[in-house]
Design a protein around this ligand. Structure first.
Ligand SMILES: Cc1ncc(C[n+]2csc(CCOP(=O)(O)OP(=O)(O)O)c2C)c(N)n1
Length: 363
């Protein structure tokens, strides 16, 4: 597979067999894995509901995550309370694991607000401007360092930042600047790149002549490629990277090698630019199927368990649909209020101008 390295960390094969790795081990229990499978099934259902809601005209746009559940759940389950997440715009499963109400995600994609969930301090706003969050994350990580929240004897006093970006974002200036700053300041930030192999219609092969994780060395921090459809491996690698960041050992780059099974957004048609045989191949590497196979073989889950989760997924779907009529449209005042923390003279002038314009329209 192009871009896939021999060193890629994998702990569970697509057939659901455990494999040994010299350097990384999944330290959780079978019970934990059952929980991760549930997370992934519910995240997929949430995503499918949101996609359908967009098709019904209830959301302006949706960014499907299908196929990337293991990358997101594995990394999110490695986070601890003081850690902070800087997402891109597809990290719905991370948001769910951290307990962000899904009404917040729906509200943003309906255009009711601009991603007003800062009150959940651990999960920052979605970013559509490709890669800008890598700079925000690195700056925040440098702040944590200055606050003394890194490398303390008591591990509870330590925190790290994780920033999610895509393979396409790795071509952005902002992201490369973030790598340089993170390395120069030894900032406690983990760059978690979900290489889903496509930046809308541009394949990764066009953007990087070498596997992405190999670039990290050039910036001066470790880079590692992990099977992004293997939740055990993602969890193990994320534990390692976050722990070193919290301990003051600096940044790391994780390339979660995965595949975007659906469209880039609901405005996109991937059949225009990629082969259906690729889709077919990656269906066989489905992260949910893989863990289901393993846990069934272990006797940890059975048809009854699967039926119960399916029932929970249906309930979630109904809740998601019921949320839509309760979402409140935003007001122009609210939009002006949320541009900056403090109003500026120019913004106040624009607000007055808009008010005059709106009053004229009513007349
Ligand atoms: C600065 C900027 N340039 C271009 C775009 C248009 N755009 C939206 S998504 C995207 C591709 C991003 O691909 P990738 O980083 O691989 O993330 P993925 O969507 O695959 O998760 C582009 C170019 C944008 N939103 N922001």
């Amino acid at each position: 597979m192009r871009g896939q390295s021999h060193d890629m960390v994998q702990l569970l094969t697509p057939d659901g067999e455990r494999v040994h790795n010299e350097d990384f081990e999944f330290t959780g229990s079978t019970e934990d894995l059952v929980g991760y499978l549930r997370d992934m099934i519910l995240a997929r259902r949430f995503d499918a509901e949101a996609t359908a809601l967009q098709r019904h005209g209830e959301l302006g746009l949706w960014t499907p995550l299908i196929g990337q559940e293991a990358a997101q759940v594995g990394s999110a389950r490695a986070l601890r309370t003081p850690d902070v997440v800087f997402p891109s715009y597809r990290e719905h499963a991370v948001a769910m694991v951290l307990g962000l109400p899904y009404s917040n995600l729906l509200s943003m994609f309906r255009g009711c607000d601009g991603g007003d969930w800062e009150r959940l301090e651990t999960f920052k706003n979605y970013q559509i401007v490709i890669g800008c969050q890598a700079l925000h994350a690195t700056g925040y990580a440098m702040g944590l360092q200055l606050d003394g929240a890194v490398g303390n004897e008591n591990p509870d006093d330590n925190a790290a930042v994780i920033v999610y970006h895509g393979d396409g974002a790795a071509s952005q200036g902002d992201v490369n600047e973030a790598y340089v700053f993170a390395a120069s300041y030894n900032a406690p930030v983990v760059f978690f790149c979900q290489n889903n192999q496509w930046a809308i219609s541009e394949p990764i092969a066009l953007q990087s002549r070498i596997p992405l994780f190999e670039r990290a060395k050039g910036f001066g921090f470790p880079g590692i490629q992990v099977d992004g459809n293997d939740v055990l491996a993602v969890k193990a690698v994320s534990d390692w990277a976050l722990e070193r960041a919290r301990n003051g050992e600096g940044p790391a780059f994780i390339e979660a090698f995965t595949y975007r099974m659906g469209a880039h957004t609901t405005s996109d048609d991937p059949t225009k630019y990629r082969e259906s045989s690729d889709d077919e191949e990656w269906r066989g590497r489905d992260p949910i199927l893989r863990l289901t196979r393993y846990l069934e073989k272990e006797g940890a889950i059975d048809d009854e368990w699967l039926a119960k989760v399916e029932e929970d997924a249906k309930v979630l779907g109904a809740e998601v649909r019921a949320t839509i009529p309760q979402l409140k449209d935003t007001t122009m005042d609210r939009l002006f209020e949320t541009v900056y923390a403090e109003p500026t003279v120019a913004l106040e002038a624009q607000r007055r101008e808009y008010a005059e314009y709106a009053a004229g329209e009513d007349a």
